[in-house]
Design a protein around this ligand. Structure first.
Ligand code: OOG
Length: 254
């Protein structure tokens, strides 16, 4: 356990790294802290963003791929929060100078059409979703060289930096759809099955996490279900994600 003052101090360090686009060493290099502390730092980080006028627009999952969980030696997904300052319109520019070492991941997004009573054990989260879309998530760990522990990455709001969502379609099964990510000369191909076997499982895992962490889910918010391929560096120029049957979303790095 770390003190409330240390939680604030570490949140300030991550916040300063993000706003200055300057990396910082792993918090675990100098502080011993657990997963509860890590979510407390994340909450303090989000409180800073909200104090600057940002609004919560949704949540994201990380470590939904078995490969990534194995790499980090954990068996749990991680959850981070999205704000309006992170939202990029489909096709719009992303200013690379405001980021440290951004990478991009192709994902599926869900839209919540009603508040989810996360504490209610009988709640049916699938019935709270009215639309799906292809999405791009830009991750930009505030840690030097993307080197971090499991607790570090949770504290750093799971590396969340920006996201773009394509045209919404009525909610549908999106299991095992082919996914193609292009960024500069890099290409990654995969399947929506990479996210816990199916993105809908990510939704259920999210509900479980939100229940355990007391994170509310509100009507109109979006859920990013997790990466369908390994992340690739975000290149200048056009980056696109195509999910078979769902369409394409793109951003332009400048
Ligand atoms: C952590 C975020 C990873 C995912 O989908 O697994 C993530 C990172 O690798 O920086 O969002």
């Amino acid at each position: 356990m770390i003190t409330a003052d240390t939680v604030e101090m570490l949140a300030e360090r991550l916040d300063a790294a993000q706003t200055a686009a300057a990396d910082t060493p792993s918090l675990a290099d100098t502080h011993e802290f657990g997963i509860e502390d890590a979510y407390a730092i994340q909450a303090a980080l989000l409180a800073r963003r909200r104090a600057r006028g940002e609004h919560l627009t949704g949540v994201k999952l990380g470590f939904t791929s078995r490969a990534k969980m194995a790499q980090m030696g954990v068996s749990d997904v991680i959850v981070g929060r999205l704000t309006d300052a992170m939202r990029v319109a489909d096709g719009a520019e992303v200013d690379l100078a405001r980021l440290i070492h951004p990478k991009v991941e192709p994902e599926v997004a869900y839209r919540l059409c009603r508040d989810v009573e996360v504490a209610d054990p009988t709640v049916d989260i699938e019935s709270c979703v009215d639309a799906v879309a292809p999405a791009l998530e830009i991750i930009d760990s505030r840690y030097r060289d993307f080197r971090f522990t499991y607790e570090d990455v949770v504290a750093d709001n799971t590396s969340a930096a920006a996201y773009a969502i394509g045209a919404w379609r009525p909610a549908a099964q999106v299991s095992n759809r082919a996914v193609r990510l292009l960024s500069g000369t890099a290409e990654a191909v995969g399947s929506t099955a990479a996210t816990l076997g199916s993105p809908v499982r990510a939704l259920h895992a999210l509900l479980d996490m939100c229940r355990r962490r007391g994170i509310p889910l509100r009507a109109g918010q979006v859920v990013l279900a997790g990466a369908a391929t390994a992340a690739v560096p975000l290149a200048p120029g056009v980056t696109s994600c195509e999910v078979a049957g769902l369409g394409t979303v793109s951003v332009r790095g400048v």
